[in-house]
Write a protein that binds this ligand. Structure first.
Ligand code: ARG
Length: 557
């Protein structure tokens, strides 16, 4: 609507201002008594050499159209009131006809590659990996809604010197049966033991280095141990992905690039970017510490593998964008990575973007799955599902398939709690708070939507025609929110911010609940049909918002 009004104004101004410029100037008045949109004329005063008020008065006479009911001038502001029913008719029609396609864009033939989740083999799936998983998955869905093809890559941490340590630890203290039972916990235990022992036994570190070297050179025994650790860990990760409803197109992790790194080193050498430093090879960078490419013994590093991965993805997918959804603390790593790509002359470095995020906190402290006792994420998720089950027991004891709904609500609560915050913020993990059906929670959105479905069922609603014939004044906020959904999705994409959609869904749910509290829907009159059409449209957009965030929408709860 903003665009439409901007178009009308820019025409009235005889095109000395573009629609876009005008759109940027349009404001949403503080309260509805001042209209639905306001256009301040101050900025035009200079160009027109007239007083802003005079401009406003002249311009106001030229603003009219099907959706405009009234135009008032107040202190150099042009306040525009929409023809609410006419406007609502179009919006509701759009939503009801397009259903879950509403707010989307047609396929644009371009690709977005998203590197996310990326946990480390033989280590617990951390809260940071959970955040990456949830944010990355939402961004992939949002990209698809914007017309892109999304490729979801899990860049597993399955290579590096730590595997030398792990293999040595296994050879010293490993218990095959225990690992088969409980791979990550057991492997992590001996890995931690390795570190404790290595503090006063330097020989261990040396042995680990040699072991990794052997692994990189393809030693059969080492390789088969590594494969086993990887597969067993992956199985456990799969459980978490199943719970979260997240899937990947590729699990090519760091190890995948093992045979591709020599070309990177060669290319860096050819382009005269490598420099020796204490026997190691580094790339010097401006305003940043140098980036280590190979160690003294020739072993490669995390950064080397990321360089190989970026080149491979560029070749393989030709992505319009390459997103790395990785914690804040790796900012320098990605700055270095992109800077090296640029130095190598790759224009696609411009399309690479690190999407950072803050920490997960519990009682104000960093929530860790690393130190001390291993807290496995699957257990945390089970706890939230349990809490959701208890809530449902109180709210709706008669509900059928309680277990399935509790799953969707418990998991949805965790995802929403993460995504409702701007990603750079640290977020608090409070199971109690996130599973309540009120307040800024996922269950609140799910509950609102389920309520609408109950309402539609009670009213025996069927969609006869998709046009409204009547609109309650109290529903006007809802209509405006529904109309803004395509814009909301677009902004969420351009700012790589699922929070924009999460916050939007909260506004929409709140706005609907307010309307619902003050309106009798099921009156049996002809107005009932129109009210239910609005309710149905709200549920379509709530469900689609939840889907984009990676959250299920039970029809009953
Ligand atoms: N495995 C890494 C970690 O846990 C994250 C990898 C992120 N992706 C990447 N291409 N570097 O810290």
């Amino acid at each position: 609507m903003k665009t439409k009004l901007a178009g009308i104004i820019s025409l009235a101004l005889e095109e000395s201002y573009s629609t876009q410029e005008i759109e940027g100037l349009l404001e949403t008045p503080k309260h509805t008594g001042l209209g639905d949109l306001a256009f301040p004329c101050f900025t035009l005063a200079k160009a027109y050499k007239k007083s802003p008020t005079l401009i406003a008065e002249e311009l106001a006479t030229k603003i009219h159209g099907k959706f405009i009911k009234e135009v008032r001038v107040e202190n150099a502001y042009i306040n525009v009131f929409f023809n609410q029913l006419q406007f609502a008719k179009e919006v509701i029609h759009n939503v009801l006809v397009h259903k879950n396609q509403y707010g989307g864009k047609p396929k644009n033939g371009q690709m977005v590659v998203l590197d996310f989740s990326s946990p480390n083999i033989a280590k617990p799936f951390s809260m940071g990996h959970l955040r990456s998983t949830v944010i990355g998955n939402a961004l992939a869905n949002i990209s698809e809604k914007q017309g892109y093809e999304a490729t979801r890559i899990n860049h597993l941490g399955d290579w590096g010197t730590q595997f030398g340590k792990l293999i040595v630890a296994y050879q010293l203290w490993g218990n095959k049966e225990a690992i088969e039972q409980n791979p990550i916990e057991e492997l992590f235990k001996i890995y931690v033991k390795f570190h404790d022992e290595a503090v006063h036994n330097e020989a261990l570190n040396n042995q680990a280095r040699l072991t990794f070297k052997a692994l990189e050179e393809g030693n059969d025994e080492m390789l088969s141990l590594w494969k086993w650790f990887r597969l067993a860990s992956l199985k456990e990760f799969e459980q978490i992905y199943n719970m979260l409803g997240v899937s990947f197109d590729s699990f090519s992790g760091e190890a995948f690039y093992n045979d591709k790194m020599e070309f990177v080193v060669e290319e860096l050498t050819e382009k005269e970017l490598l420099e020796e430093s204490d026997g190691a090879m580094v790339v010097q960078l401006e305003n940043m510490p140098p980036c280590l490419i190979t160690k003294k013994d020739g072993a490669t590093l995390y950064a080397t593998r990321d360089l190989a991965a970026a080149l491979y993805r560029h070749k393989m997918y030709q992505p319009a964008k390459l997103f790395y959804i990785v914690g804040n603390e790796q900012s320098l790593h990605f700055k270095q990575l992109f800077a090296i790509l640029k130095k190598m002359g790759y224009a696609f470095a411009e399309n690479c973007e690190h999407i950072p995020f803050g920490m997960m906190l519990k009682d104000g402290k960093k929530m860790s799955t690393r130190k001390g006792k291993v807290v496995l994420l699957a257990d945390v998720l089970k706890e939230t599902i349990e809490a959701a089950k208890n809530n449902i027991e109180v709210k709706n004891p008669g509900l059928l398939n309680k277990a399935a709904v509790a799953n969707e609500v418990g998991i949805g609560a965790v995802i929403f709690n993460d995504l409702k915050n701007d990603r750079m913020n640290d977020i608090e993990f409070s199971i109690e708070k996130m599973v309540t059906f009120e307040g800024e929670t996922g269950p609140y959105i799910q509950y609102t939507n389920a309520r609408i479905h109950t309402l539609l069922a009670k009213g025996e609603f069927t969609l006869s025609d998709s046009y409204l014939h009547y609109l309650d004044t109290e529903a006007w906020e809802i209509i405006k929110l529904l109309e803004s959904f395509p814009n909301v999705v677009e902004n969420a994409f351009s700012q790589a911010s699922p929070a924009i959609i999460a916050k939007y869904s909260l506004s929409l749910a709140r706005s609907f609940n307010k309307y619902y509290a003050n309106t009798k829907f099921l009156t049996g009159e002809s107005l009932e049909k129109d009210r239910l059409k609005v309710a149905y449209a709200v549920s379509i957009v709530l469900e689609e918002s939840l889907r984009l965030l990676g959250i299920k929408a039970p029809k009953e709860m």
